[in-house]
Design a protein around this ligand. Structure first.
Ligand code: IVH
Length: 674
């Protein structure tokens, strides 16, 4: 066979499969088959160097290390964007007003059409394609001259080495952002920590640092991603009329273009886009620091032009940063519901992600050691979305001499009982169980919480007083409270006392699943409690079940079964359960029993990943459960379907690896009501 033809066919096939895998996230062949094609091409190129071309997928694994990057003068300067740092809607209004003033469009005319995009937090790059082949990738540099990072850019699977489709412009420069997904960042750091290597400080540095390595094998070893958002020089290609048209064309040529983009009219829609994206920000799977508004019509863009290296037709509208610096003023140790001692950093109050943060969990002793957090340290604090604030890293250079190393207490800081290290876990636990007031308080809080027995208004402040005043020891004691007792509590008005008694009264009627969950059995979360209720139907049958019987329940393995048996063996727990029942807690026996054939999804387990177009996580879960299905958090061979939305996580990879069918939200809905 003609070798040149074979080489070309192999390259075309490898690029097609790379596109399917990296851009569409829908591989058509197995990794092993890909490796076989790749191996064949490498072997031919090794024997016949004359066949090597700049678009060969074999270059994706990295090339020989360079001594220095060559400077590249940009044919069209890479500009920056003006930034609106106001975090409300003012930025959008000001931008629209400026655009209309420049274009001499009055407020009574039709609103200007814009496109809203995300402002990706990575490294800007210019990719130059000549006759359809990637020939050079350059960083932005000072906007006029950047650095030639072609070998590194080729290792980014999402960057096409040749353009798809029939249009092969003489020159097409595509601009966009190389970034690192949060999941890839976390995977990288988990591995670095296992190997004792230096972790990356954030995804942005992970991307920028890799692309600036002279040895492209380093970039190849880090999973980087790419989004296209604009153009540089073009020759031999007819421009679409709008920026939206440009993005669609880039998508068709094989570039990843972020789907979170929208055509918007006038300032109100711009501000609404800013707000909506801000809300979804923590679920995106990658970091953004704002949104970008661009005038959609390219003709209007040309009319608007530039001022001092910034286009008048675009603006970045920022969000409050999700990371900030603070100092550690102390490290306290909290005792949780199951007695686990958790170190918590007390911070000098600092605004992060739009909220003032003064505490950050340090999880456990090992975590404190790993991050080496000391009292007095300057630290980077991160708070993304609703996530609990975290210390990302210590700024070691700023450590004062007086900074002291943290030592985990040898006894419980609340009740002074002995602590023990939990086998195979990083946790240390107070051994006093419910005799420890801290654990008692947490157990009561858990019992009263919304998804458990649900006593509205019974919060931390009241529980602290009830336990400290020895008015309540176990959940059963709550049902003996009266208005006279409640009146002795601080800041408890008559009306709130009556409301609380009313809420306690209401909670007597509950469901089996809530009751099981409320008991606070270690390792039994809400979904296991529901499974147990559905499986056994009657509480007495659960009490009688041994470990073998328990493991017949979905998702219950030896660890969970052991926790349940141990809990229900304990005389003290049985006594509390008896007293709760005596106090009138009741549910309809059999209410959680299997709903047999009813429900289109009966017997099927679902796993959710990514952001669905219209349903929130909770809504999707409710929908599935209402149709008789179950929702689990991890993908296994037993998983029926994975429902995937925008920016899915590793669960999608796992589903593909295990051959678990993947559904969109629409397909899920179709399954429920065909
Ligand atoms: S357009 C002439 N669109 O923001 C406008 N830039 O200051 C050129 N960036 O470092 C840029 N997301 O890498 C544009 N959707 C987006 C962007 C974006 C991030 C970065 C860009 C550059 C900076 C511009």
């Amino acid at each position: 066979m003609d070798l040149a033809k074979r080489v070309d066919a192999l390259r075309a096939a490898l690029e097609e499969h790379a596109w399917r895998y990296y851009v569409l996230d829908a591989p058509a062949i197995t990794d092993a088959e890909y490796d076989r094609l790749f191996g064949e091409l490498s072997a031919i190129e090794a024997e016949h160097p004359e066949f090597q071309t700049p678009d060969s997928p074999t270059l994706r694994v990295g090339a020989q290390a360079l001594d220095a990057f060559e400077p590249v003068r940009h044919a069209v300067p890479m500009l920056s964007i003006r930034t609106e740092t106001d975090f409300g809607s003012e930025g959008a209004v000001a931008f629209d007003a400026r655009v209309r003033r420049e274009l001499e469009v009055s407020a009574s005319d039709a609103p200007i059409e814009y496109i809203g995009e995300l402002k990706f937090d990575g490294l800007a790059i210019n990719l130059r394609y000549e006759k359809g082949l990637l020939c050079r990738a350059a960083t932005r540099g000072d906007g006029e001259t950047g650095e030639d990072v072609t070998a590194n850019a080729r290792t980014v699977g999402q960057i096409p080495l040749r353009l798809r489709g029939a249009a092969q412009p003489d020159v097409l420069e595509v601009r966009g952002e190389i970034y690192m997904k949060r999941s890839d960042f976390e995977r990288f750091n988990a591995r670095a920590s296992r190997l004792g290597e230096k972790p990356l400080s954030n995804p942005r540095n992970g991307a920028a640092g890799s692309i600036r390595q002279l040895d492209s094998k380093i970039a190849a070893a880090r999973s980087l991603s790419f989004f296209a958002y604009g153009l540089g020089e073009i020759q031999g290609w007819t421009l679409p009329e709008t920026h939206a048209g440009v993005l669609d064309a880039l998508d068709a040529m094989g570039f990843p273009v972020c789907r979170e983009r929208a055509i918007l009219h006038g300032p109100a829609e711009l501000a609404e886009f800013h707000r909506r994206v801000g809300e979804a920000r923590s679920r995106l799977g990658f970091d953004i620091d704002g949104v970008v508004y661009k005038v959609n019509s390219l003709a209007l863009q040309r009319r608007l032009g530039f001022v001092s290296r910034e286009p008048r037709w675009a603006v970045a509208h920022k969000y409050p940063p999700e990371e900030a610096y603070s100092t550690v003023v102390g490290i306290d140790v909290q005792v949780g519901r199951t007695g686990v001692l958790t170190p918590v950093a007390r911070l000098a109050p600092v605004s992060v992600g739009g909220v003032v943060v003064s505490n950050a969990t340090l999880h456990n002793e090992d975590e404190v050691r790993r991050k080496d957090v000391r009292v007095g340290d300057t630290v980077v604090v991160r708070r993304a979305g609703d996530v609990i604030p975290e210390i990302v890293r210590v700024v070691v250079e700023k450590r004062p001499d007086s900074a002291s190393e943290f030592v985990m207490p040898k006894t419980c800081p609340v009740c002074a009982s002995a602590v023990e290290r939990v086998e195979d876990e990083a946790a240390v636990r107070c051994t006093a169980g419910l005799y420890c007031p801290a654990q008692r308080k947490q157990a009561l809080l858990h019992f009263a919480s919304r998804r458990a027995i649900d006593i509205e208004g019974l919060g931390e402040r009241i529980i602290d007083q009830l336990v400290d005043g020895a008015l309540v020891e176990t959940p059963a004691d709550l049902y003996r409270l009266d208005s006279a007792t409640l009146a002795t509590l601080e800041r408890m008005a008559e009306k709130s006392a009556a409301n609380l008694l009313d809420a306690i009264q209401k909670s007597r009627k509950t469901t089996l699943a809530r009751f099981i969950y409320a008991l606070g059995i270690r390792n039994v979360g809400i979904s296991t409690a529901k499974d147990l209720a559905r499986h056994f139907g009657r509480f007495d049958d659960l009490v009688k079940a041994d470990e073998v019987a328990l493991q017949r329940v979905d998702d219950v393995g030896p660890v969970v079964a052991d926790s349940i048996v141990c809990f229900l063996k304990e005389a003290h727990n049985l006594e509390v359960i008896k007293r709760l029942k005596d106090a009138g807690i009741s549910w309809e026996e059999g209410d959680g029993a299997p709903s047999a054939e009813e429900g289109a999804l009966s017997g099927k387990t679902f796993v959710l990943t990514g952001t669905l177009p219209t349903l929130s996580r909770d809504d999707a879960k409710a929908l599935i459960e209402a149709a008789g299905g179950r929702v689990s958090s991890s993908v296994s061979k037993k998983t029926g379907y994975v429902v995937a939305g925008e920016s899915p996580g590793s669960k999608l990879d796992r589903a593909n690896a295990l051959g678990v069918p993947v559904l969109s939200e629409a397909q899920l809905r179709a399954l429920i009501s065909p």
